[in-house]
Ligand binder design. Structure first.
Ligand code: ACO
Length: 430
């Protein structure tokens, strides 16, 4: 028997040897791909709590120690020194760019921001109050109608163009959804502006007067996008990989990722946090909400708390909390009471036995909404902002998945608990 193997004994005494795979860092992985073929059993792991679905060299998380690294670089260093566009290059291409590579990449993204004019007509069909995540998912999905025949996943140039289009056009789609919601004219992108400046322009400029971009607002958005850019096999990224594994058009796989991100247990949590803070309203009410979160019979959860992987501080939450001070100082004194409430809620929860025992700490979404709100971005757009950052991770993972020589269509198995075979009964005899 090999040393690097995990041994199991079946109920009838059969020895099974399962190979152990080692990553560059992190826990070992027991390979079970041949388990059914050789031993006629499946594993059962709802929610994939102990299951790795792929090999990846993009992002590493150590949830116990609160570590997050993109391509080996600690997220704290990238947050301090890099830009979202540089991080996008890193995640998509694997290494930090040289000066000319970054300039060329940045230039390409700036020059892919316009939408096919026909795509704008979709917005005429939505009701004025349609949720922007619903519009984002639908219009990103429509990109598969515009770019289907010229998308050959085996062609590296096509894979690059796909990445450029997703990165460059999602802000334009997001801003169009926002403008529809608030009844203002759509603003065309400007190539002279960088990624976040252009987004702010498309969100907040109007044709009637000049719009001045606040550098603190642009920096804050850039930081949030860096921190949201990737998070290994999270729900939306796994969805993109799974949809893409069938060979589906990658733009529609990204639309599936947007849909998965929308849920309140995932990217929708930033919207839910702000709604929760507004419901709590005052420091005196915190105790009541903590009790509700602890009550097993109450479905309420403290939004922005807890994480499947982090059982320690989410490093992103700590960085965002720091940016909150800067942004509120500059832009949003009216939002300071909400931030104070969040700080107090965090302190009370961190001292509470329930949260201590279950290792529940603030996650990335706990503070991000406070920044978005101070920038004038409404609650319904928070998850859209998350999607813009995460679109880079989705793209990087799709690209990794599609060229993986061991890749197969994603097709989990199940534990069947339905009826045994039975004969069809005619309707009048039931
Ligand atoms: N408030 C109160 N209790 C909680 C919370 C919370 N926010 N989060 C987890 N718990 C409790 C659960 O009730 C459970 O208790 P039990 O063991 O007594 O049954 C225990 O902690 C473990 O929680 P699970 O739901 O089993 O953990 P899981 O890994 O499946 O879920 C999740 C993680 C979805 C993030 C969860 O913590 C949650 O719902 N948090 C609030 C929503 C949120 O902030 N989501 C954003 C996540 S970050 C992101 O996607 C960007």
């Amino acid at each position: 028997m090999s040393e690097d193997a995990y041994r199991l004994t079946s109920p009838d005494g059969l020895e099974m040897e399962l190979p152990i795979r080692k990553g560059t860092v992190g826990p070992d992985v027991i390979e079970i791909a041949r388990l059914y073929r050789e031993h006629k059993v499946f594993t059962y792991d709802p929610g994939f709590v102990s299951t790795g679905s792929c090999e990846s060299d993009i992002t590493y998380i150590d949830g116990e120690k609160g570590i997050l690294m993109y391509r080996g670089y600690p997220v704290e260093q990238l947050a301090e020194h890099s830009s979202f566009i540089e991080v996008a290059y890193l995640l998509i291409h694997g290494d930090l760019p040289k000066v000319d590579q970054l300039a060329a990449f940045d230039n390409t993204i700036r020059r892919h921001t316009m939408l096919n004019e026909g795509m704008l007509s979709f917005f005429k069909g939505f009701r004025y109050d349609a949720h922007p995540m619903a519009m984002l998912s639908a219009v990103v999905g429509s990109m598969s109608a515009y770019y289907h025949d010229e998308m050959d996943a085996t062609n590296p140039d096509h894979r690059d163009i796909f990445a450029h289009r997703i990165l460059a056009k999602l802000p334009t789609i997001a801003a169009a959804a926002f403008k529809l919601n608030i009844g203002q004219p759509f603003m065309y992108p400007r190539n002279d502006l960088n990624y976040t400046e252009n987004l702010l322009h498309m969100l907040f400029a109007v044709p009637a007067e000049p719009y001045e971009i606040d550098p603190v607002a642009a920096d804050a958005l850039d930081l949030l996008f860096i921190l949201h850019a990737d998070h290994e096999q999270n729900c939306s990224t796994s969805t993109v990989r799974m949809a893409g594994s069938s060979g589906a058009n990658p733009y529609s796989a990204i639309a599936a990722g947007v849909a998965a991100l929308w849920g309140p247990a995932h990217g929708g949590a930033n919207e839910a946090v702000l709604n929760m803070l507004e419901d709590i309203g005052d420091v005196s009410q915190i105790g009541k909400y903590i009790d509700k979160a602890k009550d097993r019979n109450d479905p309420f959860r403290l939004m922005g708390f807890g994480h499947r992987v982090y059982k320690n501080f989410d490093p992103r939450a700590t960085i965002i909390r720091g940016m909150c001070y800067k942004v509120l100082d500059r832009l949003g004194s009216q939002d300071t009471p909400l931030f104070d409430l969040a700080l107090e809620l965090e302190q009370i929860a961190l001292k509470d036995d329930y949260f201590i025992e279950k290792n529940l700490y603030p996650n990335v979404d706990f503070y991000s909404g406070i920044i978005y709100r101070a920038l004038g971005i409404p609650t319904s757009m928070f998850t859209v902002m998350f999607a813009l950052g995460r679109s880079v991770g989705w793209t990087a993972h799709w690209r990794e998945m599609i060229v993986d020589p061991t890749g197969r269509i994603s097709r989990p198995r199940q534990l069947y608990t339905g009826p045994l075979a039975r004969d069809y009964t005619q309707i009048e005899k039931r």
